[in-house]
Structure formats: C-alpha cells, structure tokens
Ligand binder design. Structure first.
Ligand code: CMP
Length: 143
C-alpha cells in the first residue's frame, strides 16, 4: 500500500486548520496510518530539508519549521503521493489553485501551510525520519 508523509506546518497548526486538512484526506478516501503533534529539533529540520541546504532560504526555512508545533502524519492509499500533491496545490500559494489546501489557506511561499513528500523515495525517507515503525498502525486485522 502506497504511503506518504504529510505535515501541517507551524502556520497551519496556529490557524487551527489541522481538522480541515485531516478531513480532506479522509473524504478523499485515504487512510491515516500515523499522526503526532510535535516540535521539530533543528537537527531533524536540517535533515528533513537536506536537499535545500544550498538554497538561500534554507536558514529561514529551518527557523520557521522549528518555530512551533507541527502535525506530522502518514497517509496511505492508491496513488496517495501524487494525489496528495494535487490536493495541496503548487508550493507557492500564489500559484496554487482555489480548492487546493495552499490555494485556500496560503499566501506566501515561506508559510505555505503544508508539506508532502514529492516521490516514493522521499516518502520512505521522510516517514523514516519522523516515525518509528511501531508508531504506524495496520488495518489488516481490524474487525
Ligand atoms: P515544502 O514543500 O515544505 O518544501 C520546501 C519548502 O521551502 C517549501 O515547501 C517552501 O515552504 C519553502 N520555501 C521558502 N522559500 C522558498 C522559495 N523561494 N522557493 C521554494 N520553496 C521555498
């Protein structure tokens, strides 16, 4: 079953839109495999965003993502990686269409409400960074 890592960023948590975001994924038909409200350490932030290390915005990005609690989740289901990126909309909320999460809630690229893995490789890496295996549930044996 395909899995992806989704994180409501500090701006989304502060604005009380965790519920709406969870609801959108539920309504689409995806299953929640793990979730936690947490503060990210600088070390985890630098690791998670390692591919952007040389970018001019890297320092601000790490500072922002560690500035308050995030809501980290693992969602699973058919085509969840690509589908969730459509649901989130373009990285820059200025380009994200209405109806998408960033299109509905975001204003600027630095505070774009939500993060989601962009490939199977990053999904596996990011899930491994944020979750231990025993923190993810299995639906196989439920009644
Ligand atoms: P995210 O999907 O979490 O991945 C990297 C993040 O860098 C991105 O969302 C943006 O929030 C952030 N970011 C900040 N400035 C920029 C920028 N100029 N271009 C792209 N991403 C940026």
């Amino acid at each position: 079953m395909e899995k992806t890592f989704i994180m409501v960023k500090p701006d989304g948590v502060q604005r009380n839109i965790i519920g709406d975001i969870v609801s959108r994924f539920e309504r689409k038909g995806f299953q929640l495999a793990g979730a936690k409200l947490m503060n990210i350490s600088t070390e985890l932030a630098e690791n998670h965003y390692g591919e952007h290390k040389e970018k001019p915005f890297f320092g601000d990005l790490v500072e922002f993502i560690t500035s308050g609690p995030v809501f980290a989740m693992v969602w699973q289901g058919e085509n969840v990686i690509a589908s969730s990126r459509q649901m989130m909309g373009k990285t820059n909320p200025k380009e994200a269409l209405p109806g998408t999460i960033r299109g509905d809630y975001g204003l600027i690229v630095d505070k774009n409400v939500i993060h989601g893995s962009d490939s199977p490789e990053s999904a596996e890496r990011e899930i491994g960074l944020f979750f231990k295996e025993e923190e993810l549930v299995s639906y196989d044996k439920t009644m």
